[in-house]
Design a protein around this ligand. Structure first.
Ligand SMILES: Cc1cc2nc3c(=O)[nH]c(=O)nc-3n(C[C@H](O)[C@H](O)[C@H](O)COP(=O)(O)OP(=O)(O)OC[C@H]3O[C@@H](n4cnc5c(N)ncnc54)[C@H](O)[C@@H]3O)c2cc1C
Ligand SMILES: Cc1cc2nc3c(=O)[nH]c(=O)nc-3n(C[C@H](O)[C@H](O)[C@H](O)COP(=O)(O)O)c2cc1C
Length: 483
């Protein structure tokens, strides 16, 4: 691990507006769907704890009076849907942000996480929040800081500089997620041969360090795709490059062979006649891909359920292609665990688990959790294409039914019925029973694709109403892992 780089306050110049003196009250509010923004919020709070009185809270749990009371508000948020708030802040966006608050005297800054591939809605919610706070007469400490994914060192440096001005002693490395770890691809198995849909693979990974077998149901694995070894060696040989040279890359000293392995391979004209330092600087590193973890650490390995993405030209999706086809069994997979508190098990009690396709991954980890705790009272509603080809983990389902983990199971297979039926149709058809479970205090977990999740949400709103669903979200009883 490299030495942390401490940022020196005098470097900031005019980037920031006048900051309040350190030592005041700081409220760190987060709105996060899959845990990244929440992790930064906690690191932010820890960094400031020595200098100020710091409180951390989910943005969605705050009202305008609590915000107005804080001397300084630091918001760390992500953006979902098309420029919308994460689930936990949707009601806040609809209700509190509908009109300006009265925040005269409040200083604030917004760190907005997003993904540039969403283009027009890049960091959309963070930007709306920033505008709302400004319209509410709060004073900006910095322009909104937009962070594109986990490796945006430039943006995180700005956040680090702001925190240092507020009295924190921290470094960019301390604020950013650590490097990925080495895991091994232990097993790869096609689960749906003959399916009308894409191939779905069961992937099992074991860690180099046994201590890394440590996560909670609902957490996410970030996987670094890479080029095949053969492609890397061919590239190095073609351009007569020494793979053993090392360069500082993404904050760490790294061998050229590994840098090339984790980057889009440049075309010949992008390499020839170019100084090596400059080539390395210009390489486009592959971003990580996220996968819901489908097992618990007690099983001794991490299991994933991965749909192989195939593009129109026949080439494979970067992450899913790496895991399901390119990576050699026994080979190293670079992986980082991301805690995802927003999808951790809700309080014990009855539970409705809803999903489709690879959404079974997240639901399976939760069902294993419930099985281990002998919680019972769970209802699975799940949809896939064909019963004969796509009912993955059928033996697990039978086992959960047999030992009482699952008290009710409804499965739907879209290609086996005409007209096609999906899991959201199941939810609607079972509306009365769903309402009874919810009125009895059941929590709801939804895992899988965005379109399915939107359909399920519409069905739930029709059954219990938006207010009830907002309340369940706030109480942590309606949780989604969606993509
Ligand atoms: C919180 C979360 C949890 C997730 N959990 C799971 C899970 O459990 N299982 C799972 O399978 N997935 C899961 N995903 C999705 C996963 O992260 C990836 O998005 C998915 O595997 C596709 O990525 P890829 O790199 O294989 O494909 P990419 O390379 O990103 O390509 C995906 C698609 O984009 C299009 N595309 C991209 N580039 C091009 C191009 N150059 N030309 C033409 N078309 C292009 C194609 O349609 C292609 O099929 C999850 C995502 C999130 C955010
Ligand atoms: C389904 C989905 C929709 C998203 N929509 C947007 C978007 O509209 N704009 C954006 O900038 N980022 C978007 N993102 C990217 C997330 O904001 C980004 O991955 C962020 O780092 C997640 O942080 P979190 O884990 O705290 O929720 C989206 C991600 C997903 C999975």
């Amino acid at each position: 691990m490299p030495e942390p780089v401490l940022v020196r306050p005098m470097l900031f110049g005019s980037l920031f507006r006048r900051a309040p003196a350190p030592g005041g009250k700081v409220l760190v509010a987060f709105a996060s769907q899959t845990g990244a923004a929440e992790t930064i919020a906690w690191r932010t709070a820890n960094a400031l704890a020595g200098a100020s009185l710091v409180k951390v809270a989910a943005l969605g749990s705050l009202d305008t009076a609590e915000i107005a009371e804080a001397g300084t508000l630091l918001v760390v948020t992500s953006t979902y849907g098309a420029g919308e708030a994460p689930d936990s802040a949707r009601a806040f966006e609809r209700k509190q942000m509908a009109q300006p608050g009265a925040f005269k005297g409040l200083h604030y800054a917004v760190l907005a996480r997003g993904d540039r591939k969403y283009d027009a809605t890049f960091c959309g919610f963070g930007k709306s929040l920033d505008r709302w706070l400004a319209a509410s007469k709060a004073r900006r400490l910095s322009d909104v800081i937009c962070v594109d994914g986990d490796d945006d060192t430039a943006a995180m440096t700005k956040w680090c500089e702001l925190l240092t001005r507020l009295g924190a002693t921290t470094s960019v490395e301390q604020l950013m997620p650590g490097p990925p770890q080495d895991w091994f691809l232990a097993e790869r198995r096609l689960l749906n041969p003959g399916s009308a849909g894409g191939e779905t693979w069961h992937i099992a990974l074991t860690p180099r360090e046994p201590a890394h077998l440590n996560w909670t149901a609902g957490d996410i694995a970030e996987i670094w795709p890479r080029n095949s070894e053969a492609a890397v060696e061919e590239f190095l040989a073609t351009h007569n490059l020494n793979g053993e040279l090392s360069f500082r890359w993404r904050g760490y000293w790294t061998f050229l062979r590994d840098i090339i392995a984790h980057s889009r391979l440049p075309r010949s004209h992008e390499v020839e006649g170019i100084a090596l330092d400059w080539l390395v600087e210009r390489l486009e590193g592959f971003p990580p891909r996220e996968y819901s973890i489908a097992s618990l650490p007690q099983s001794g390995c991490m299991e994933l359920l991965v749909r192989k993405a195939v593009r129109d030209d026949g080439s494979l999706g970067l992450g899913s292609g790496w895991l399901t086809q390119v990576a050699p069994v026994g080979g190293v997979i670079k992986l980082r665990l991301r805690p995802n508190p927003n999808f951790h098990p809700p309080r014990d009690g009855a539970q409705i688990l809803i999903g489709a396709g690879t959404g079974m991954a997240g639901l399976r980890a939760h069902l294993q959790h419930r099985q281990a705790k002998k919680l019972g009272d769970a209802w699975l509603l799940f949809g896939e294409r064909g019963e004969k080809t796509d009912l993955y983990y059928c033996d697990d389902i039978k086992g959960w039914q047999a030992d009482g983990t699952l008290t009710k199971t409804n499965l739907v297979f879209s290609r086996d019925a005409s007209p096609r039926r999906y899991v959201q149709n199941l939810v609607t058809e079972q509306g009365d029973e769903v309402r009874r479970w919810i009125e009895g205090g059941a929590s709801i977990l939804v895992c899988g694709g965005l379109q399915m999740a939107a359909g399920v949400q519409d069905a739930l709103v029709a059954i219990v109403g938006q207010e009830k669903l907002d309340q369940m979200t706030q109480d942590g009883l309606y949780r989604r892992d969606i993509y």
